[in-house]
Write a protein that binds this ligand. Structure first.
Ligand code: AMP
Length: 138
């Protein structure tokens, strides 16, 4: 699958559109999902341009998992999440809507994910309040 450098996450990485940032290192960025399925729903993306897991380098995959662990631990500590669900969709046929590899890090339970995916935009203040708690626990 060829990479579309105008996808929304590529624009976030280039600083062309804003995000509520949780964490950044040389290889990854973590930020709040604007249509969260639970409070605290975060996304981890590589800085490398890859559409799905199958184009991602082993090094970037490893860097993403390290950031996922950081964010998941901060959701447990900062939000009191007892469970953390990871979701990762590859290709439109799987339901992937943004063609830049990402891992959803969702505090809660699989039972919370019965809400439809990527449909309801959350209030910025609400997202920021949960982001602040995650950041404080990083
Ligand atoms: P997927 O369907 O797995 O490709 O997930 C894409 C996710 O990106 C969805 O959960 C959307 O809510 C989320 N999303 C889309 N646009 C933005 C954005 N500008 N900032 C943060 N999250 C976004």
């Amino acid at each position: 699958m060829s990479y579309d450098s105008n996808n929304i996450f590529a624009k976030i990485l280039r600083g062309e559109i804003p995000c509520i940032k949780l964490f950044e290192d040389a290889h990854t960025l973590a930020f709040m999902d604007i249509m969260p399925q639970t409070d605290g729903h975060a996304l981890v993306i590589p800085k490398e341009p890859a559409t799905t897991l199958f184009e991602l380098s082993d090094e970037a995959a490893q860097a993403c998992m390290a950031t996922v662990r950081k964010i998941g631990n901060a959701q447990k500590k900062g939000l009191g999440a007892e469970g953390v669900v990871l979701m990762q969709l590859n290709g439109p046929a799987a339901g992937q809507t943004v063609p830049h590899f990402h891992i959803h890090v969702i505090p809660g339970s699989i039972a919370d994910l019965r809400k439809p995916h990527a449909t309801v935009m959350a209030d910025q203040g609400h997202l920021k309040a949960f982001a602040d708690k995650i950041i404080a626990a990083l």
